[in-house]
Design a protein around this ligand. Structure first.
Ligand code: ADP
Ligand code: MG
Length: 323
């Protein structure tokens, strides 16, 4: 058996004082293997982006502090790395694709120079070799007329083209791990589907591991191998996507799935709907199970946090799972 590319165990990230709970992410454990696509779903504020930024070493240090756990990339603990060591890994062995390419790209730099940057930094390519590789990468992400487009500035491209550039940059040095945080949310629905198809195909060809955060449950159902459902900083349910969506055990997952009429590709609005109640506000997350003040099954037992444990074939953190 080969060991996973990414192996996170017990990750806990503390929030600043006076936040709505103590930890942004609490006791999160999961793995992503080479060639595997793991999706993360959950309402806004559930800790998805904080998990992603923890992996990449991009947490704002004054506000968010990892206090426990390990993040192993090919066996190396990223939480033990210095800022300089993390900078050397980003863009090389691991890469991130952000939600809004306009803010992630430098508006004053031509596309060719931005995509070339990781190649020059990590692969020490000279100007000519880097340009040739950029041209090849822009072709791979199917940007029309790459020789002309690479001379453009980000604002001269469409949203979809900018996201293709981000994918080209992420793939530039053949990373082992790609983390994509809602990479298509800012785009038109038709463009979203094209970009996700491209991303998953290229990641598959590269044999990389992909951690994909998305709001779109149909995307999860169609492209992921396994799914992590997050709520209140915790993984509340996880397992192979067919099992978790086919037989949801946690009342929260059930609520998410029932809030959309069908996981149908033709359904016009495939985004997460609100489930009854809303994510608690400042100081309102209950002790114990974070979902208990919205949960139809909650009782006194739920004042204690249930462990993420086997429940009908996969994992759920619930004292009263649907079995
Ligand atoms: P998601 O990506 O699932 O919508 P996040 O991971 O961004 O959620 O946020 C998880 C929690 O951490 C939320 O309570 C959010 O308010 C808090 N948080 C995120 N970033 C910061 C920050 N820079 N400073 C303080 N709190 C933050
Ligand atoms: Mg987020």
């Amino acid at each position: 058996m080969t060991s996973p590319v990414l192996d996170i165990q017990g990750l806990t990230v503390r929030l600043p004082p006076h936040a709505d709970r103590i930890n942004a992410v609490e006791d999160v454990s999961f793995t992503v293997g080479a060639g595997e696509i793991v999706c993360v779903v959950g309402e806004s504020g559930s800790g998805k982006s904080v998990t992603a930024h923890s992996i990449m070493g991009l947490l704002p240090p004054a506000q968010l502090t990892p206090t426990a756990g390990r993040i192993l990339l090919e066996g190396d603990d990223l939480l033990q790395k210095s800022t300089a060591e993390l900078r050397a890994l980003r863009g090389d062995r691991m890469a991130m694709i952000f939600q809004e390419p306009m803010t992630a790209l430098n508006p004053t730099m031509r596309i060719v120079d931005q995509v070339a940057e990781p190649l020059r930094l990590h692969r020490r390519l000279g100007r000519g070799a880097a340009r040739a590789r950029v041209l090849e990468l822009l072709g791979r992400v199917q940007i029309g007329d790459p020789a002309e487009k690479m001379l453009a500035y980000p604002h001269q491209l469409s949203g979809g083209q900018r996201q293709r550039v981000m994918i080209a940059m992420a793939l530039a040095c053949d990373p082992d791990l790609i983390v994509a945080d809602e990479p298509t949310t800012a785009l038109d629905v038709t463009v979203q589907a094209q970009i996700l198809k491209l991303l998953t195909r290229l990641v598959d060809e590269a044999g990389a591991a992909l951690l994909l955060i998305t709001h779109d449950l149909a995307v999860v159902a169609n492209i992921c191998d396994s799914v992590l459902v997050m709520y209140g900083g915790r993984i509340v349910e996880s397992g192979p996507v067919d099992e978790v969506f086919g037989d949801p055990r946690h009342p929260y997952t059930r609520g998410l799935l029932e809030a959309i009429p069908a996981l149908d590709e033709d359904f016009p609005d495939r985004h997460l709907r609100a489930i009854p109640g809303s994510v608690p506000g400042l100081g309102e997350f209950p002790a114990g199970c974070p979902f208990r003040n919205r949960c139809p099954r909650a009782d006194a037992a739920c004042a204690e946090m249930p462990p993420l444990a086997e429940a009908g074939g996969h994992l759920a953190a619930c004292w009263h799972p649907h079995l």
